[in-house]
Design a protein around this ligand. Structure first.
Ligand SMILES: C[S@@+](CC[C@H](N)C(=O)[O-])C[C@H]1O[C@@H](n2cnc3c(N)ncnc32)[C@H](O)[C@@H]1O
Length: 435
C-alpha cells in the first residue's frame, strides 16, 4: 500500500545520465572524504601518542570513534526535529523524498460514490467562506468548547449549512449548544430541531451555553433518540414537506452505519458527521473506518511488525498525539478494521466484534447509496495552527497550506487561540439516496 502511496506522490524517476553521474560523483566524494578523515585521524593519533598505534588498537579506536559520532548524529536529529510544526524539519526526520508536505503521505481513505459525483464548492469558495466566518466565530458565546467542536468543524458546519440553504436543520448531540449557535449563524431564520439527552439550558447554570429561540428541543425528559423519532409527523409539524431539503448533523457518537440506515428510512438526503474517526481510533464506527478497504488508496492495513507501514506509523506516533501505530491499529488475530476488529457504538459503550467480510459488506452497502462523500480539509497546516493532535499523513491537504503565513494572517486566523485548531477529526458531508 505504502509503495503505491509513495509512487503516486513522487516525481517520475529520471533516467537521464546527468542525474546518475551526479549521484556517482557524490558517492566518490563521500568515499574520498572518508579516506582523508581516516588518514588525518591516524596522523593525530601518532602525534598524540608519539608512536603509531598497532592495527588492532587502531581498529578499536576507529570503531569507538564511529560509535560516538553516530550517537551524536542520532541525538542531534532528535533535537532538530522537535519542531513538529515545521514541514521541513518533519521532512528531514521522516525522509520523504522531496515531498513539499506530508499531508496524505499514508493515504486518505474515502467512500466511493455510486455516480462519481462531488460537491459544487471549490477551494476558492472555502477561502472566501473562511474570511467571512472568522469574525463570526470570534463572537461565539461559548469560548471554551472542550469536548465539543473547535474552529475547523465549526467552519465546516457553517459553510455547508449556508451553501445548502436547507428548509429545516436537525442536530443530534448538542452538548452546551455551540453547534446550534453555528447553525443559527449560517441560517438566521430556519427552524432547528435538536435531539440531546441533557438540555443546553442546564449548562447555563454553570457557565456559557446557547439556547436557541427557534429550536425545538427533544431534550431532558423529552429526549428521544434520532432512530426512534416519527419523522413524518415531526416534519409535518414543522411545515417541512420535503425531507430531501433537510440538513441532518450528527455529533452524537453513534455507529454511523446505524445512523445512515435510519436517515435513509426517513428520506433524508444531506448528512454531516462531525467525528469521522480514522481506523483504529474513536468511540464509534465511522464512515472513514467503513470505507477503509484494500481497494481504496490508504485503505487496508498490514499488521506485520516489520512492514514499512508499521515503521512509519511508529515514527509518526512520536509527533502526533492521535497518530495510530501498529499496536493501536491491530487487535488479536491481526484485526485492523474498525477499532481492532470492533464496530464501536454509543461512546464506546456498546461494541460489536465484526468479521472482515461484514466490514467489507458494510462498505459495499454505503457505496450503493452514496451520491457524494466530502471530507472537510483542515483549515490550515500545523506550521500555522500549531495543532499537535491529528496526523497530516492521514489527512487531505489543508485549505491554507503550510508556509502561507501571510494568507493565514489576512484571513484573521492568526487572531484565534491555537487551542481551537486541535479538534479536527475529518468531518464529512454525505449525500445519500436509495436510487
Ligand atoms: C460531543 S458532544 C456534542 C458537541 C456539540 N455538537 C458541540 O459542537 O458543541 C456529544 C453530545 O451527544 C449527546 N448524546 C449522547 N447520546 C446521544 C444520542 N443518542 N442522541 C443525541 N445526542 C446524544 C451527549 O449528551 C453530548 O451532549
Amino acid at each position: 500500500m505504502l509503495e503505491r502511496v509513495l509512487s503516486m506522490r513522487r516525481a517520475a524517476p529520471h533516467t537521464g545520465d546527468a542525474e546518475g553521474d551526479a549521484a556517482d560523483e557524490s558517492k566518490i566524494r563521500k568515499q574520498n572524504r572518508f579516506s582523508i578523515l581516516t588518514a588525518r585521524f591516524v596522523n593525530h593519533a601518532c602525534k598524540l601518542t608519539h608512536t603509531c598505534p598497532s592495527w588492532p588498537w587502531l581498529l578499536l579506536i576507529l570503531l569507538l570513534f564511529f560509535l560516538i559520532s553516530s550517537i551524536v548524529h542520532h541525538s542531534l536529529s532528535i533535537i532538530c526535529v522537535s519542531n513538529r510544526y515545521d514541514a521541513i524539519s518533519r521532512a528531514h526526520f521522516f525522509g520523504f523524498d522531496g515531498l513539499e508536505s506530508d499531508f496524505g503521505f499514508l493515504g486518505v481513505p474515502w467512500c466511493r460514490s455510486k455516480h462519481g459525483k462531488t460537491v459544487e464548492w471549490t477551494p476558492k469558495d472555502l477561502l472566501k467562506g473562511l474570511e467571512e466566518f472568522v469574525p463570526i466565530y470570534e463572537t461565539r458565546p461559548i469560548k471554551n468548547n472542550m469536548y465539543g467542536m473547535g474552529f475547523d468543524h465549526s467552519f465546516g458546519l457553517w459553510f455547508i449549512a449556508r451553501w445548502l440553504k436547507p428548509e429545516l436543520m436537525i442536530e443530534s448531540g448538542a452538548f452546551k449548544g455551540h453547534s446550534t449557535w453555528v447553525l443559527r449563524q449560517a441560517m438566521p431564520d430556519t427552524p432547528i430541531i435538536s435531539l440531546t439527552p441533557r438540555h443546553p439550558e442546564k449548562y447555563l447554570k454553570k457557565g456559557p451555553a446557547y439556547v436557541d429561540g427557534n429550536c425545538t428541543y427533544f431534550a431532558g425528559k423529552d429526549f428521544i433518540d434520532f432512530g426512534s423519532v416519527d419523522w413524518t409527523t415531526v416534519l409535518k409539524k414543522h411545515k417541512a414537506t420535503d425531507p430531501t431539503r433537510v440538513l441532518v448533523y450528527f455529533d452524537d457518537h453513534q455507529n454511523e452505519l446505524k445512523r445512515i440506515k435510519q436517515a435513509l428510512k426517513a428520506g433524508f438526503r444531506h448528512l454531516i458527521f462531525e467525528d469521522n474517526y480514522d481506523t483504529g481510533t474513536g468511540d464509534h464506527y465511522s464512515l472513514r473506518q467503513i470505507c477503509d478497504q484494500p481497494y481504496i488508496r490508504g485503505g487496508g492495513h498490514s499488521c506485520f511488525e516489520d512492514s514499512d507501514e508499521a515503521r512509519i506509523r511508529s515514527k509518526r506516533k512520536k509527533f502526533w498525539e492521535k497518530a495510530v501505530d501498529k499496536e493501536d491499529l491491530c487487535g488479536p488475530g491481526d484485526t485492523w478494521w474498525g477499532v481492532r476488529g470492533y464496530a464501536r457504538d454509543n461512546f464506546n459503550h456498546t461494541n460489536q466484534p465484526i468479521s472482515l467480510i461484514e466490514h467489507f459488506e458494510n462498505s459495499q452497502f454505503v457505496e450503493s447509496i452514496l451520491e457524494v462523500y466530502w471530507e472537510l480539509p483542515p483549515v490550515a497546516g500545523p506550521s500555522l495552527t500549531h495543532q499537535s493532535r491529528y496526523d497530516p499523513a492521514r489527512s487531505v491537504p489543508p485549505i491554507v497550506e503550510d508556509g502561507r503565513y501571510g494568507l493565514f494572517q489576512r484571513l484573521g486566523l492568526g487572531r484565534l487561540d491555537n487551542s481551537v485548531f486541535n479538534g479536527y477529526t475529518q468531518m464529512v458531508y454525505l449525500q445519500i439516496s436509495e436510487y
